[in-house]
Design a binder for this molecule. Structure first.
Ligand code: SF4
Length: 377
């Protein structure tokens, strides 16, 4: 398969999740929506259910405004809007984690706004690393299992969970390998890169792993395109095609990302623990470098700078989802750390209701003008 054909496969899935949902339902599969972030997909997968990512969509919000004040982030609001409008018809349940204040309110509103799709809460502890935190996480997973069994009639087995953890660990590994290759291969556009990551939410992980392996093989045979401006993107979500196309217009290559919907997902494997559920709880405890995970010393900030240095990124572009307080708290620290490391940084605010990215375009044009005077690394 040639590179373009493979990249088109990812784009087809990423740009039409409804078709994927219909395909799985048509094949007799039960589908469970998994809202961001770090929702225990592995449990869903192990029960022979299809986990499907629910990160909302770029759309005008109408019905969701009845339930939310305007200052709640648009990712959360658009998930509810899609639920109310029937876009998720046919799914068996939605799992919503509690990792930020907006997500906490989503679950409560969902119960009333979308009563035909059961809401399953996943309550995470603030202190995830001590033994008591791991035990709390494990109890939360047990609650998810009980609710899934009730709603779907399927049964959970730890043996099957261990098999699913292996599938997810392998997927993590290929995604990490791919991210490294994409730092070299400038011929993959920002839009195509986003589609690769985004499609992972709408495919069973073993299917996605197979396609990523084909992509890795094709990239290794391809002559890398060099000379583009090297940037690191950071944020919760960065999937709007209009915004991403401006990165391409201004000749920018994403050489690394610190995006919650992209590489942050794949940092940690589930390996330590006696049972599958122990391993999954330990995996969450061991996760780091994310604005929604308690990080008293803010070690995430130094990690962004070292990732930028390691990949020779010339700029850090923070894509801030409006009203996302976990990300807003970290931004001044990222800016300061980049200044100290002599790396250009910039902030672009986005939300799912935006139709005009001209302000982002102007910022990126300025970044290009500054950086094009530097010689490529
Ligand atoms: S974008 Fe921010 S506020 Fe919205 S769900 Fe994610 S972490 Fe929460």
């Amino acid at each position: 398969m040639n590179l373009k054909v493979i990249l088109d496969e990812f784009s087809k899935v990423a740009q039409n999740p409804k078709q994927q949902l219909d395909n799985y339902l048509g094949a007799g599969k039960k589908v469970i929506l998994v809202a961001p972030v770090y929702t225990p997909e592995e449990i869903v997968h192990s029960m022979d259910l299809v986990p499907m990512g629910a990160w909302g969509a770029d759309m005008q919000l109408q019905e969701a405004k009845t339930y939310f004040p305007t200052f709640i982030c648009s990712i959360v609001q658009s998930i509810l809007e899609l639920g109310i409008k029937g876009s998720y018809k046919g799914v068996s349940a939605i799992i919503i984690p509690s990792l930020c204040d907006s997500l906490k309110t989503l679950g409560q509103n969902w119960k009333y706004a979308v009563p035909d799709i059961p809401f399953i809460p996943m309550t995470y502890p603030q202190n995830r690393k001590p033994d008591f935190g791991i035990a709390f996480t494990k109890a939360g997973y047990q609650r998810v299992i009980d609710d899934l069994e009730k709603v779907t009639g399927e049964t959970f087995s730890d043996e099957k969970l261990i098999a699913s953890l292996a599938v997810y660990n392998e997927h993590n590994q290929v995604m990490r390998e791919l991210a490294e290759l994409l730092a070299v291969h400038g011929e993959v556009s920002a839009v195509q890169r986003s589609d690769i990551f985004k499609s992972a939410y709408f495919m069973r992980k073993e299917e996605h792993t197979l396609l990523v392996k084909k992509l890795i093989a094709a990239l290794k045979e391809n002559e890398p395109k060099k000379g583009r401006i090297r940037v690191l993107t950071s944020g919760i979500l960065a999937d709007n095609p209009d915004f991403l196309s401006y990165l391409d217009v201004y000749n920018m290559q994403i050489v690394a990302d610190d995006v919650a919907a992209e590489s942050r997902q794949y940092q940690q494997d589930a390996v330590d623990g006696e049972t599958g559920l122990d391993r999954l709880a330990k995996k969450f405890a061991d996760m780091n470098n994310c604005s929604v995970l308690y990080d008293a010393k803010k070690e995430r900030i130094a990690t962004i700078v070292s990732k930028a240095k390691a990949t020779k990124a010339q700029a850090v572009i923070v894509i801030l989802t409006k009203f996302c307080d976990p990300e807003e708290f970290d931004y001044p620290l990222i800016k300061k750390a980049c200044e100290e490391a002599n790396i250009l940084s910039t902030l672009i605010e986005v939300d799912r209701q935006m139709v005009n990215y001209e302000q982002a375009r102007t910022i990126l044009e300025t970044v290009q003008t500054i950086l094009s005077k530097q010689s490529p690394q």
